[in-house]
Design a binder for this molecule. Sequence first.
Ligand code: PRP
Length: 215
Amino acid sequence: MGQMLNIALPKGRLGEKVYDIFEAAGYDCPALLEPNRRLIFENERAGVRYFWAKPTDVPIYVERGAADIGVAGKDILLEYAPDVYELLDLHMGRCRMCVAGPADFRDDYARTLRVATKFPNIARRHYSAQSRQIDIIKLNGSIELAPIVGLSDVIVDIVETGKTLEENGLLPLETIAPISARLIANKARYKFVGDEINALCTRVAALVRDREETT
Ligand code: PRP
């Protein structure tokens, strides 16, 4: 029997979908499905201990080694650039990072562009590659509100179905990056429990491929 793997999952719908795959891959933990508010679940037989972490915090647990592996959105990885290994694209939680704004938006290069976002690093990198001067307005949610009420000219945000933009009279103007959930690993722990991590990664990758083929 190998070492116990500590796995940080993002609390919420994506995390539950990811757990379904891990369960099918043989890393089940039935206690996790019980309706309660516990945050840690363990199944010694399967060699796993799961943590429910806030999605943006998953890379922090993994980077610091409190979790050996975890699942985080590419958006969070691009924004915080944690020092972790990115092992696998789970092809789940698919969406894209976009610049969006009013349909009649025309960029006026004589002015600093005001960009509202939850992802200041992604926005800064995107515009600095275009040598475009911007003023970042960091918000924590309901980003679509900003250009409507004149707080910003555009937003940098996640677009999944496009419904939120549409219902608020906004349009995606540019795609910055495709986003999906990624399996990440702590670099030092990968040296110690690499066999266990690779075994899990291989089984999960096979299931992800199967699902891709049937959808
Ligand atoms: C995300 C994102 C958009 C919306 C996109 O918001 O910030 O607002 O989902 O989804 P859609 O394209 O399918 O409409 P989230 O629900 O995470 O809430 P918040 O950013 O407002 O906190």
